[in-house]
Ligand binder design. Structure first.
Ligand SMILES: *Cc1c(COP(=O)(O)O)cnc(C)c1O
Length: 385
């Protein structure tokens, strides 16, 4: 069984939308099936001479659905290799695990709270050191560099305040220092930003979000610009650590990839309409959306993003209680955490992040779905009234 589409020897000439449909989607030669069969077998038989009958031995090491998915991730980010994980957090952990005791990393203050928890709680006990700075300010990154700095981690747009970090500028700083630059590209997706084009070394995704797109599969991936020794450590963590994505999760994701560009394009258009319409609303004290010309990162976002994404955050005038009351009145938006699905979600972010949250108490984070923008706007306006 051969699911990896080696017949497509060059993805480089294809536009992104074409890649999304075809990378990792080779026809199954044994049946002619156009959609790949789901291979649940954990083990694969050998012939009388003890040679594997096919290309597979044991599914933690290799599974056809996973290899096909990894091929698609690699092609879509324009990298050299990728590793699919059971969650975004497992993907992040593989990168931290590739560092050594005593190594130092720099990451944003406005970082996904789970990433921060890994660096602060899990890996501090292993002797990893971390500095959290405002990565939109290059001077702060420079000041935080140490001889032991091996990794700079960025997230752009950031969660939940949509800060924009200049990927090319940070890549240059990282490389001058001999450090690896990893970019959490979950919010932008490779449709809008391809961090390798700006010099990043690794791209991380919670594919739970836009790649999956239907709020029904937990998963993550790391894509590498070069298949080097650092990436091999990540691969070892994936396979020897057993942090692999299950065959069914891989199958679901592969089914979702072809529609990702279309979904993200509409979600991004909807979010831009809402951000614009809400930007002068007197019941809001702030609208965080990089597509607004007033956003401090707008110029950089315009340079490194094709459009400005499906996420926005609003700050409700009046504080925590008013924000919670607004959240309580929405009817189309679902009150739930996470993002990137076909349905619009709204959450009071500080509640989700818990006691160590630095998110303003009046902030509501919106993940914009595929509903009509007018219905979403009407829902928010009635909730704000
Ligand atoms: C959700 C998310 C993660 C964590 O991914 P999981 O799939 O939940 O483990 C990491 N980074 C960002 C930006 C996210 O939104």
């Amino acid at each position: 069984m051969l699911f990896v589409s080696s017949w497509l020897d060059s993805f480089e000439d294809m536009e992104f939308e074409t890649l999304a449909v075809h990378a990792g989607h080779a026809t199954d030669p044994t049946t002619g099936a156009v959609t790949p069969p789901l291979v649940l077998s954990t083990t694969f038989e050998r012939d009388p001479q003890n040679n594997p009958l096919g290309a597979y031995v044991y599914s933690r090491s290799e599974n056809p659905n996973r290899l096909a998915l990894e091929e698609a991730f690699t092609a879509m980010e324009g990298g050299a290799a990728s590793a699919a994980f059971a969650s975004g957090q497992a993907a992040t952990m593989s990168v931290l695990h590739a560092l050594s005791t005593g190594d130092h990393l720099i990451a944003p203050t406005d970082i996904y709270y789970g990433t921060r928890a890994q660096a602060d709680v899990l890996y501090a006990r292993w002797g990893l050191q971390a500095s959290f700075v405002d990565t939109t300010d290059l001077d702060q990154i420079k000041a935080a560099l140490r001889p032991s700095t091996k990794l700079i981690w960025i997230e752009t747009p950031s969660n939940p305040r949509l800060h924009i970090t200049d990927i090319a500028a940070v890549a240059e700083l990282a490389h001058r220092h001999g450090a690896v630059l990893a970019c959490d590209n979950t919010w932008a997706t490779p449709l809008l930003t391809r961090p390798f084009e700006f010099g990043a070394d690794l791209v991380m995704h919670s594919t739970t979000k836009y790649f999956g797109g239907h709020s029904d599969v937990l998963s993550g991936c790391i894509v590498a610009r070069e298949q080097n020794e650092f990436f091999e450590r990540i691969r070892t963590f994936q396979i020897q650590g057993g942090a692999v994505a299950s065959p069914f999760d891989c199958w679901l994701l592969l089914r979702s990839l072809p529609t990702m560009p279309a979904r993200v394009q509409i979600q991004s258009q909807n979010a831009a309409k809402l951000a614009e319409a809400l930007s002068h609303n007197p019941r809001l004290s702030k609208v965080h959306y990089p597509g607004l010309p007033t956003h401090p990162g707008h110029a950089i976002a315009a340079r490194q993003m094709k459009s400005f994404g499906g996420m926005l955050s609003i700050e409700v005038a009046g504080g925590r209680e008013t924000a919670l009351a607004v959240a309580g009145r929405v009817q189309i938006f679902k009150r739930a955490t996470s993002l990137g699905g076909v349905e619009s979600l709204l959450e009071h972010r500080a509640t989700i992040e818990g006691p160590n949250s630095t998110t303003p108490d009046n902030l509501l984070r919106l993940s914009i779905g595929l509903e009509h923008a007018d219905d979403l706007l009407a829902d928010l306006l009635q909730a704000l009234d």
